[in-house]
Write a protein that binds this ligand. Structure first.
Ligand code: TA6
Length: 304
């Protein structure tokens, strides 16, 4: 659909569609702030509460070619989080379309609705499998992402299994937050959570107290669902992450050496962002039964 048709069909005083390189961008603005999305991957690229700075980081060298996920914002990882594992998925193991972190972030989503709900502005994106998706994930589904810009920014991901078999889902909002300094950054809300350290060969432990981030870092915290708080002191704010139906959190930063492997991330930027991901990963993956649906919600706001 052309930009003109999108603006006509989903006409709303708080929502504007535009083109940026190969991508369709959706700008939301109301009394609560501003948000920017793209239909490619249904990725949230920016969220600025009124009078505040952006909570999200997007790389200056991100690609907007519609082939590779935009580096930054909130990529949606579904129906699997992590590496492609065709055997577990019931997909063709010879398939060359290996999509890390699931098919959703590589796909062009449709806009289903744009609405004003109370004083919030709400956009719903929908994804149905096409031939490209079926090459990596042959099972039928419908996936919706509802994004609501109100007092906070709320994202609700609802996956429905339309196939005749049950399958396992792992998923994440792979959020890149913008922070003054990732090194030593404190994240609260993970006390007592079982922890898997990916950089120490999957060593297991239990978190005691707050997490003080180091760069690099890649840890998965399991079996908890509480609110997370990022103490972004250098920017004079706390970023509050509430969630529903998410039992895992992933904390990731590539560090000074790891960042060099990312062509779409400048080398000096690793200290300016951390991924704090609301997820259901590893043993928190769940069975999505045939005909059933599941929703995971994340709410972002600024405190402190
Ligand atoms: O969530 C952490 C992680 O899985 C890391 O291992 C890291 O590679 C990162 O995500 C980025 O993945 P991507 O596929 O977007 O390059």
């Amino acid at each position: 659909m052309s930009i003109e048709s999108l603006n006509n069909r989903f006409s709303n005083p708080h929502v504007r569609f535009r083109q940026h390189e190969a991508l369709v961008i959706v700008d939301l603005e109301n009394d609560h702030g501003q948000a920017t999305l793209t239909t490619f991957g249904a990725t949230l690229l920016s969220y600025r509460p009124r009078g505040g700075e952006d909570l999200l980081w997007v790389s200056e060298t991100a690609l907007y070619d519609g082939k590779k996920p935009v580096r930054g914002g909130v990529p949606v990882c579904w129906p699997w989080f992590g590496a492609y594992d065709p055997a577990a998925l019931g997909a063709d193991p010879s398939d060359e379309h290996k999509k890390g972190h699931g098919v959703a972030r590589y796909a062009l989503w449709d806009v289903e609705s744009v609405e004003t709900v109370g004083d919030a502005t709400q956009v719903v994106f929908v994804l149905r499998p096409d031939d490209e998706i079926r090459k990596a994930w042959p099972l039928d589904f419908i996936l919706r992402l509802k994004v609501s810009l109100g007092q906070s920014l709320e994202m609700t991901l609802v996956g429905e299994n339309l196939s005749d078999r049950d399958w396992q889902v792992s998923e994440a909002f792979h959020t890149y937050f913008s922070v003054a300094d990732a090194e030593g950054l404190v994240v609260r809300g993970l006390d007592c959570a079982p922890r898997v350290d990916k950089l120490s060969g999957g060593a297991r432990g239990v978190q005691a107290g707050e997490v003080r981030m180091s760069t690099p870092m890649e840890q998965v915290f399991l079996g908890h669902g509480g609110t997370l708080v990022i103490e972004d002191r250098g920017n004079g704010r706390e970023i509050v992450i509430e969630r529903e139906n998410s039992a895992s959190s992933v904390l990731w930063n590539p560090g000074p050496e790891g960042v060099k492997a990312f062509a779409d991330m400048p080398d000096d930027q690793y200290r300016k962002t951390v991924c704090v991901e609301v997820a259901n990963a590893l043993e928190d993956a769940y069975a999505l039964k045939a005909g059933a649906s599941h929703s995971m919600r994340m709410r972002l706001s600024v405190g402190g």
